[in-house]
Design a protein around this ligand. Structure first.
Ligand code: MN
Ligand code: MN
Length: 323
């Protein structure tokens, strides 16, 4: 490891409940920081939920996730991966959205990520509702379409809401396909379930060649088998990973706006991310954590545990690139 890599504050040195909370107790390195270009993986908060169609709240997600992330330690308990020694990681702070203007917020988010990418940093984001992923993809896929591995109970592929509103957290991947940000043949959506408005989203997926793994198939095959297929679909090309916390059963993740019963448990929620080994991850996010619906913080703790799994996979890739 490089001696210059930023390191998290250890709970052995300063108790976890003390100090100013940053993601995983890493230093805060804002975009105008002198060492910005030294960062390999940047953790970013997008406190924005103007795309929610039902119960709002993910605008409060990054703050609760930062607080919960003080529980994260330096070493993965199963793989032994120590991500902070494989890649230089930092908390880049929050994108400042405009809560009263969706288009302006999306411009601000894309602009922030353009700066992050220009500095050679791969982003790991804490949302925010799922519309946040669209302006991120506009920056990440600026040079060409990427693959997508989505964990979600919804496809988020609907054309529009309320008779013609094109930008909600139910439409980001429809827009991303239309804008050429995704290669549909390299998109897989895992965990889809619940009652439906109609089959319009899945009809679109079928026509575009997007692979949907419904929850019945996920439970029948198991996480390991499904993830082997996900790695095949993504291939070796640039791939974005998007994780909606409502992928997980609401018994384990009640703090979200659009829960759907019958989902994976919290162990499976982590295990699927371990199945990303070898995927060329150009960016990832964890979205839809809504603190007002789980003030106990259990959902946020699962959320940051998922973020740590994502970070381990991204940092392992960093090691591969350097070799
Ligand atoms: Mn979603
Ligand atoms: Mn969802």
């Amino acid at each position: 490891m490089s001696d210059d890599f930023f390191q998290p504050v250890s709970g052995m040195d300063l108790p976890r409940f003390a100090g100013i909370p940053t993601f995983m107790r890493l230093p805060h390195v804002p975009l105008d920081h002198a060492r910005l270009s030294d960062v390999d993986i940047g953790l970013v908060g997008v406190p924005w939920d103007s795309g929610t169609t039902n119960r709002p709240g993910p605008r409060h997600g990054p703050r609760q996730l930062r607080d919960a992330s003080t529980m994260i330690r330096a070493e993965h308990g199963v793989s032994g991966i120590r991500p902070f020694e494989l890649a230089n990681c930092a908390d880049l702070g929050d994108v400042g959205p405009n809560p009263a203007d969706i288009a302006d917020s999306m411009r601000r988010i894309t602009g922030f990520y353009e700066e992050v990418l220009a500095a050679g940093i791969r982003p790991l984001t804490a949302g925010g509702d799922h519309l946040s992923t669209l302006p991120i993809l506009r920056a990440v896929a600026a040079t060409g379409p990427v693959g997508l591995i989505l964990f979600d109970s919804h496809t988020d592929l609907y054309r529009s809401y309320f008779g013609g509103t094109m930008y909600t957290h139910g439409t980001p991947f429809r827009r991303a396909c239309e804008e050429g940000l995704l290669d549909p043949s390299r998109v897989i959506m895992i965990g889809i379930r619940g009652t439906q408005y109609d089959s319009e989203d899945r009809d679109f997926a079928r026509a575009e060649g997007i692979r949907i793994v419904p929850i019945e198939e996920f439970h029948a095959r198991g996480a390991r088998d499904v993830m082997a297929e996900a790695r095949e679909v993504a291939g070796t090309g640039a791939t974005y990973v998007s994780y909606d916390i409502d992928f997980v059963d609401p018994a384990f993740a009640p703090g979200t706006g659009t829960p759907e019963v019958g989902g994976p448990n919290s162990f499976e929620a982590l295990d699927v991310v371990r199945g990303l080994a070898g995927v060329n991850i150009v960016g990832a996010d964890l979205v839809e954590v809504s603190p007002p619906f789980d003030p106990s913080g259990g959902t946020a703790y699962l959320g940051v545990s998922i973020m740590f799994e994502l970070l381990c996979q991204m940092a392992s890739g960093q090691r591969g690139e350097a070799a």
